[in-house]
Design a protein around this ligand. Structure first.
Ligand SMILES: [Zn+2]
Length: 209
């Protein structure tokens, strides 16, 4: 805008809101991702990651979840144990440290789901693809975000009971989430995304044994 004087007397409240958001919004610090991403793998720029994992995500709830994942502040045993020591910091299924990465991507309980998606999309999805997004793949990034969100949701909801005592139960819950979401997407005429979710739900169901 240079030296031009801008008349803001008629600007809508959204304009001021956006100014405040711009002032407050800081890009996430990705340094913590180095603990899970292999050294020789190049991490995309923060602008690209934000585009793939936040800006082009259909639902605000999913975009917010992705943003928290990028910032490393998603609820998990390691995090909660810091101020509530009676909450275990280790995974009850495999005894590894229960980090956010462990819950969403790495535990043997969930790795099957990502393997299934990888096989069916014939993409050989890496943790970078899943966690930081895939260029030009808006629908797949949305689907991955939905699955990650569902995994975390059921993990947290059932952390103190035995509903998720097996891969089978977790897959069953995610299958229902995806079926529901595919109908929602269809209703808002996101046909491609709806089909992708519907098919993925069926792939996951096929592997429920
Ligand atoms: Zn585990």
């Amino acid at each position: 805008m240079g030296n031009k004087i801008l008349d803001i007397s008629q600007k809508p409240s959204k304009f001021y809101y956006q100014l405040l958001v711009n002032m407050k919004c800081e890009p996430p610090n990705l340094a913590h991702w180095k603990t899970v991403i292999p050294r020789d793998v190049e991490i995309p720029s923060i602008d690209i990651i934000m585009q793939q994992k936040v800006m082009t995500i259909k639902e605000n709830k999913l975009a917010e979840f992705n943003y928290k994942l990028l910032c490393g502040i998603v609820s998990c045993g390691m995090l909660v144990n810091k101020w509530k020591p009676d909450i275990s910091s280790t995974c009850k299924f495999c005894n590894e440290n229960e980090t956010q990465y462990h819950i969403v991507y790495l535990c043997p309980l969930v790795s099957d789901i990502w393997r299934c998606l990888s096989e069916k999309t014939q993409r050989n999805l890496t943790i970078v693809d899943i966690a930081l997004g895939i260029p030009q793949e808006r629908n797949l990034n949305n689907l991955i975000s939905q699955i990650a969100f569902s995994i975390h949701k059921y993990w947290i909801i059932h952390t103190n009971d035995h509903v998720i005592a097996s891969k089978r139960n977790l897959k069953y819950l995610i299958f229902h989430d995806l079926m529901f979401k595919s109908k929602v997407m269809k209703a808002i005429e996101e046909k491609e995304l709806s089909d992708l979710m519907f098919n993925s739900a069926n792939w996951i169901q096929e592997t429920i044994t």
